[in-house]
Design a protein around this ligand. Structure first.
Ligand code: FES
Ligand code: FES
Length: 160
């Protein structure tokens, strides 16, 4: 059954007329065209659909719309402060500097998982980075450069 759900998406407050049991992933991708959030497994195992909910990483394929009522959702499209290259979030900037991707499919989820980690732990060591990101799968095998990028991002944010 459809409900009016108020949710802030990438800084814009919205009232959406949606089924409360519809996964957030599909509302973002299909209804809103925010295709930066990727579909990988659909069962919470790959991390490609990670978004921030109130600043904390969450797998949008496993979150129902009823659960985001009154909350703030940030997708990869809403992470940068503006449209200029210099406006990128430090984690995005560091991924670029380290070339921490190949096909890029895992990258939005990986970056948002990394942002969530740095909010919780501004100066993570390598083990903590690996532990935080190991649930985000990268089939291109860019993990080593991703870890390097996370160290750089922590420094850019003043943590490392
Ligand atoms: S698509 Fe959500 S965890 Fe894989
Ligand atoms: S860069 Fe291709 S899956 Fe990670």
């Amino acid at each position: 059954m459809k409900h009016s759900i108020e949710v802030t998406i990438n800084g814009v407050q919205q009232t959406l007329d949606v089924d409360g049991d519809r996964p957030l992933l599909w509302v973002l991708r299909t209804d809103m065209g925010l295709t930066g959030t990727k579909y990988g497994c659909g069962i919470g195992l790959c991390g490609s659909c990670v978004v921030l909910i109130d600043g904390v990483a969450a797998r949008s394929c496993q979150i129902f719309m009823s659960e985001v009522a009154g909350k703030e959702v940030t997708t990869i499209e809403g992470l940068a402060a503006g449209d200029e290259p210099g406006d990128l979030h430090p984690v995005q900037q560091a991924f670029m500097e380290h070339d921490a991707l190949q096909c890029g499919y895992c990258t939005p989820g990986m970056i948002l998982q990394g942002v969530s980690l740095l909010t919780e732990n501004p100066d993570p060591n390598t083990e903590e980075i690996v532990n935080a990101l190991e649930g985000n799968l990268c089939r291109c095998g860019a993990h080593k450069r991703i870890v390097q990028a996370m160290h750089t991002a922590a420094k850019m944010k003043g943590g490392g």
